[in-house]
Design a binder for this molecule. Structure first.
Ligand code: PTJ
Length: 254
């Protein structure tokens, strides 16, 4: 049972923290994943803990990109499994995406715990654990270079929530279109991805599923126009301005 009272002014944020701690205690999340959440929280605070206009635009563009993809793959790590396992499975079902477990701090035991959680949440097929279909991405030294040849390796669009910069770059070099969720608009991942959703994954994932559902009725031309109208660099710059404006407002009231 949660020790956080619903009336606590920071209940939402504290409940997300609890989910991660639960994920850590149950072998899903790496120790470093707790630190990554802390960094994310700090940026979320600066963003006003809400989904801003630039994030909404990025979510719409991401949905259009996923609907246009031939072989979209959702890459799952420890944090995302602890925070959004059910949403990952819903997104995969809605869009026909494959799910692949891919860890930075690679660990077979943790991989198996993540697979178990995804299965419990309704996933039928999960890639990333089959030795016989392993392939290596070039231009990256971490364990994340090992991917599934039927998944990330042959995908055209990869959805990589909470990613590290090196793999984003390697995926781009391999010709993939990369969609990321990252609360830090300054991170290398944010700056390198094709579409960066600067929002808490716990808020944005559900919105992405809703957008995909809405756009599933649209034709290719409409989806392509949404993508043409989206500029990731400009959107990141608008997000940084959003933070700047929030800080200016707060400094006046300090
Ligand atoms: O499970 P593993 O072994 O694959 O490890 C996963 C982590 C997240 C530990 C690993 O990929 C890592 O170290 O990531 P980084 O380099 O710390 O990057 C994580 C990014 O995600 C940071 O820029 C954070 O600001 C951001 N972030 C953290 N929590 C959230 C978030 N973005 C969106 N929603 C969050 N809840």
């Amino acid at each position: 049972m949660s020790l956080i009272p619903k009336s606590h002014p920071r209940a939402k944020s504290l409940l997300i923290r609890e989910k991660l701690v639960f994920g850590f205690d149950h072998g899903l999340v790496a120790k470093e994943g707790l630190l990554a959440q802390g960094r994310g929280e700090a940026f979320d605070y600066l963003l006003g803990e809400k989904t801003g206009k630039p994030a909404k635009l990025a979510i719409k563009a991401a949905a259009a990109q996923i609907m246009l993809a031939e072989l979209p793959v959702i890459s799952v790590n420890g944090n995302i499994a602890a925070l959004c396992a059910k949403e990952i499975v819903r997104l995969a079902k809605q869009t026909g995406s494959k799910i692949e477990v891919n860890l930075f701090y690679s660990n077979e035991k943790r991989k198996n715990a993540i697979v178990k959680t995804l299965k419990k949440s309704g996933a039928k097929v999960i890639l990333g654990t089959n030795f016989s279909t392993k392939a290596a991405l070039s231009g990256i030294d971490s364990a994340r270079r090992i991917v599934d040849k039927n998944g990330i390796f042959s995908s055209d669009v990869v959805i990589v929530p909470l990613e590290d910069g090196d793999r984003t770059l390697a995926l781009r070099k391999a010709g993939k279109i990369v969609i990321t969720f990252d609360l830090n608009p300054l991170s290398r991942t944010s700056q390198t991805a094709n579409i960066t959703i600067v929002d808490n994954v716990t808020r944005a994932m559900d919105l992405l599923i809703k957008n995909c559902k809405k756009l599933s009725k649209k034709n290719e031309k409409t989806l392509e126009k949404i993508l043409r109208d989206f500029d990731n660099k400009k959107n990141l710059s608008d997000t940084i301005n959003e933070i700047k404006n929030n800080l200016t407002k707060r400094s006046r009231n300090a």
